[in-house]
Design a protein. Structure first.
Length: 177
């Protein structure tokens, strides 16, 4: 409704033809083509039931590219979460494939969240920040690690305790975007 309220015009708001930039046509209502297309898009989105995401939701980054963190533990594989089943925790939006997974996460987020957020655990152990691919993963000692490359889990396991320790020492490199 706020968007529609912004589109109300009075006669004073209508720019005369002579004051318009060259090539900028006005519709009969006094709206420019750009305003008319914007209004039509808004009306179409509302009539088709397309949700208009809030500015707050758009500002919170998506965790692990929208994969369900609980599914790694319950299904034993990466599963895409659904946009209509989300939960915000630790400045990220997590998505879940089921409402049950969301409730499990809410009850114990540190149990299910990846140890180094959206970043590759192996790269972090080397002091590098590399965005992880949630398809490359490992659960060890009840903790989820994700990696940037297919070889990441194998390399990480070669010296699991040492790599976990090094990655934790480099944790200050992690910043929230």
């Amino acid at each position: 409704m706020r968007a529609l309220a912004m589109l109300r015009f009075s006669r004073r708001d209508v720019v005369s033809q002579s004051a318009r930039r060259p090539g900028e046509a006005a519709t009969r209502s006094g709206l420019s083509r750009r305003d008319t297309v914007g209004l039509a898009t808004l009306v179409a989105a509302c009539s088709f039931g397309i949700p208009l995401r809030s500015a707050r939701a758009q500002g919170v980054p998506l965790a692990i590219k929208g994969y369900d963190p609980v599914a790694y533990f319950t299904d034993g594989k990466p599963v895409h979460g659904r946009p209509d089943i989300e939960y915000e925790w630790d400045d990220y939006r997590y998505r879940f494939s089921t409402t049950e997974h969301r409730e499990l996460f809410k009850a114990a987020p540190t149990r299910y969240a990846p140890q180094f957020g959206n970043f590759c655990a192996m790269a972090l152990s080397k002091g590098e920040l590399v965005e992880a691919d949630p398809e490359n993963w490992l659960i060890s000692d009840g903790k989820l690690y994700i990696f940037g490359k297919v070889v990441g889990p194998g390399l990480f396991q070669r010296d699991l305790a040492g790599n976990v320790s090094k990655a934790n020492l480099n944790r200050p490199l992690l910043t929230k975007n």
